[in-house]
Design a protein around this ligand. Structure first.
Ligand code: ZN
Length: 489
């Protein structure tokens, strides 16, 4: 079925961000979700807008309610994580609508959703709610089915960590934090049920939470099922220094060797963060065709370190960028996230550094691959998806003297989500003139906040126990217990 061809026009077109200069007076024709023709230099168009490919968020947890709202303040990742248990139970659909809607307003057309609920009994229903939110908001979502069956609280055996808590807190933690994990078979059945939700804009992946969180038996089941289903595997990988220390203690022959023997690393594998990878490990992962999701702002918020992008570049290891549910300013500003990453990893830092070409190649092309398992994105060309955003370039450059700066240089230095005006995903316009037109975002926010505040009393009651638990974890890591033989469960 062929639908009518539509046309979008603008003053400027950044057809291949970072690689080629902007064109003027552009017209993009599209039909059935794909770009059919791109014409530039025709009759003058002076709307002051710039069109470019929609952005990709290659690692995120799609949290409508922000971390600070439920008490997770910035601190070292390993203790910060514990604060996530204070997340109140709120409607999954509304929460996802809020997060995805905000992303759309920031020009993100495709995002990963690493779902992190530990309630396996509700997973299928939750995935259905998120798929519905993705469809209603209108952006592409790669849903990562969460798997874990050990080391819930720390880089160590759950019972050993539980024994470190005061007796008064043990019962509470057991009730709130710990959960009877299903068998590997049940987990795979659940993932396959969720896989039935797949569509042109909703993709399903396997998400072992991290190496320490999954037993070898579970990992083997995931790897076999992902290979049989040709699905991607997305896993947090060497995000923090304690994780590096745990891995070195747990796998004296090397963590990569251990999982490579199981067949984990392939072009369908993405490691999230990958901050503590050595050059040799980057070389190895590159040889397997694997990729990394870099989360610069998250790494800053959680004191995890800077991703060794110089090593990735040297190795030819593919990577993309994600917000991990918080940017520098705790919003969804993906354009600012790219700029921050570019500056932190440009030539001035450890060479080789990012160039505009390698930045956008990673962000768009590899990002889309990491989320959707599909190639063929990153430029505005016939045959590519009609996933395009427009920015108010005139407002962004209102103080600049005409003819003194190239548009792409202004974009690198200034582009941010506040200038995003329109967004099309698969040919459907979901943001128009700076407003989300698919759902009522204000209502979604009101709904989420009302539900969260209704749980406020319960959350505040939990706070002292949470603080004591975090202190126990701090002691646990300070004493190096994550490197003890007991941690190798
Ligand atoms: Zn994450």
């Amino acid at each position: 079925m062929t639908t009518k061809q539509s046309i979008v026009s603008s003053s400027l077109l950044w057809r291949e961000p970072g690689k080629a200069p902007c064109d003027s007076h552009a017209r993009i024709a599209f039909a059935d979700g794909l770009i059919t023709d791109v014409a530039v230099g025709g009759p003058a168009i002076r709307d002051g807008r710039l069109l470019m490919p929609a952005l990709v968020n290659a690692h995120d947890h799609v949290r409508g309610l922000r971390h600070l709202a439920f008490g997770a303040r910035d601190e070292r990742f390993e203790t910060w994580r514990a604060a996530l248990y204070a997340h109140p139970r709120i409607d999954v659909y509304s929460n996802a609508c809020l997060a995805l809607g905000r992303m759309a307003l920031a020009g993100i057309g495709t995002t990963l959703c690493v779902y992190s609920s530990i309630r396996v009994d509700r997973l299928i229903d939750d995935a259905r709610a998120i798929a519905r939110a993705a469809k209603d908001v209108g952006i592409r979502v790669g849903f990562v089915v969460p798997f874990r069956n050990r080391c819930t609280m720390a880089l160590g055996d759950d019972q050993a960590v539980l024994a470190l808590q005061s007796p008064e807190d043990r019962a509470l933690i057991e009730k709130t934090w710990l959960y009877p994990w299903p068998s590997a078979e049940t987990y795979i059945e659940i993932a396959r049920e969720i896989g039935k939700l797949e569509s042109d804009t909703f993709f399903v992946q396997y998400g072992p939470n991290s190496p320490h969180a999954c037993s070898d038996e579970l990992m083997e089941a995931i790897i076999a099922a992902a290979a049989a289903d040709n699905r991607r595997i997305h896993m947090h990988f060497l995000e923090s220094e304690p994780q590096r220390q745990w891995a070195d203690a747990a796998f004296p022959n090397g963590i990569l060797k251990h999982y490579d023997a199981m067949g984990l690393f392939s072009e369908r594998f993405t490691g999230a963060h990958g901050i503590w990878l050595s050059q040799a490990e980057c070389d190895f992962l590159a040889s397997r065709g694997a990729s990394i999701a870099v989360n610069t702002s998250s790494n800053l918020h959680l004191y995890s370190g800077l991703s060794p992008i110089d090593r990735y570049l040297r190795a030819g290891l593919k990577f993309a960028f994600g917000l991990d549910s918080f940017s520098l300013d705790d919003d969804e500003d993906m354009l600012r996230e790219l700029r921050l990453s570019f500056y932190l990893h440009s030539v001035a830092h450890r060479p080789p550094g990012l160039t505009p070409a390698s930045l956008f190649d990673a962000a768009l092309k590899t990002g889309f691959w990491i989320v959707t398992n599909k190639h063929g994105y990153g430029a505005i060309e016939p045959g590519m998806p009609m996933d395009v955003l427009s920015l108010d370039y005139a407002a962004m450059t209102r103080d600049l003297i005409e003819g003194m700066i190239e548009p792409e240089d202004a974009m690198i230095a200034r582009a941010s989500s506040r200038y995003v005006r329109d967004l099309w995903v698969a040919g459907r316009q979901i943001v128009s003139d700076g407003k989300l037109v698919t759902i009522d975002l204000a209502a979604a926010e009101q709904d989420v906040l009302a539900q969260a505040r209704a749980a406020g009393e319960q959350m505040r009651a939990l706070k002292p126990a949470m603080a004591r638990h975090q202190k126990t974890l701090r002691d646990f890591y300070d004493r190096g217990l994550h490197m003890s033989p007991q941690s190798r469960s």
